[in-house]
Design a protein around this ligand. Sequence first.
Ligand code: ATP
Ligand code: MG
Length: 434
Amino acid sequence: MSIPVVTAVTGAPWESALVAGLEAAPNGLTLVRRCIDLPDLLAVAASGLARAVLLSAEQRRLDRELLDRLAASGVAVVVLHAQGDDAAVARVERLGLRHTCSADAPLDVLADTVAGAVSDLLAAPVGVTQSRTAAPAPAYDRADPPPHPGGPERVPGRLVAVWGPAGSPGRTSLAVGIAAELAHRRVPTVLGDVDVYGGTVASMLGLLDEAPGLAAAVRLSNNANLDLRALAGLAPEAAAGLRVLTGISRADRWPELRPAALEHVWALCRELAAVTVLDCAFCLEQDEELSFDTAAPRRNGATLLTLERADTVIAVGAADPIGVARLVRGLEALREVLPAVSPRVVLNRVRPGPVGPRPHQELAAALERYAGVRDVAFVPDDRAAFDVALRTGRTLAEAAPGSAARQALERLAAELVGRPAPRRRRRVLARAGR
Ligand SMILES: Nc1ncnc2c1ncn2[C@@H]1O[C@H](COP(=O)(O)OP(=O)(O)OP(=O)(O)O)[C@@H](O)[C@H]1O
Ligand SMILES: [Mg+2]
């Protein structure tokens, strides 16, 4: 069966030869339209007229976002380049595209390439986030022990998403705390702020919140200009072994965190560090259900993509009746949107006040009854420790090392990497009888 294709090669010197060739000897391709610009191409793609597009490598707006939108419309992409233009091929490959063809290749070669692109697109899994074109994430078995990059057989690092419902249950505090504890254990760690409603990781750590950080990484990735070195430059070390990718300080900057490019940034983070801890926003609503324009940017796309790609999702709830009710509803929503995700549930700010004299038992029983959660971790309410940390822009490990909250974070970090904490000096001193 002939594959309906469109071209988007306006201005390329080989355009007329290509079109004349396709019209004279289609070789299994039917040229249904010559698109004059990208809006034209996107409209045709959305109409379902074409199965594939022949795109010029010289197209200046050939970026991850465009590829993502074409993939979402079910249109495969083949990039045509001038013969011997290795730079164009390399750029296209950095965008995660495998189907390229020299513009002067025989038409049967082009037809084979198009057929390959179409069957790859059909075989690609489609997640809740529509991205099908970003560089593939390295294979990583969730059950594997945590990797340690740097050796000759580098194992991709792990992604840990810290999420929780509305009501400020302590997502950022836990993400920062867990990342700091991992670094303290000498596990190379990246802490990323992907809160699309306004990130606070930078201010919590006393960093400049106008630093380019994640938004810059996404921008570079969208244009195929992000590599490991550039990512490392955008994620400076805030403490030994702890790199920080700061987020968007203003909520209205959310369109800068484009899911298509974010996927590539996360894949690179897996190369940069053994563990990447990501502070996510609360909202899981799939905006396209609210609008008919499925290709419109989606505010929660970054959150959904991150939760979908994470190896571990930590779901944080506040340890009071309202916080638990919100967490129960949040877990339900998470199950609906991402049924494969099985989160590690953590209740934060545990104290007897709002739930009674035996808060751990009461809270565990409520979560089992209403959400079927059998295993809950607890972080105590420790206002004094967090106040010192906030006042000094430091982590609990630095500002309140002996605090109860810090010990709970240490346990969560240990769970993630399965390594005991480095021995505390206090214990050494105690053994020495001092
Ligand atoms: N275990 C704790 N004990 C005492 N205070 C805590 C604890 N955890 C977090 N807090 C405090 O609760 C407040 C909210 O925490 P945080 O900013 O981490 O929440 P969040 O869920 O990220 O909120 P947002 O919705 O703003 O992103 C902060 O003042 C923080 O210091
Ligand atoms: Mg937060």
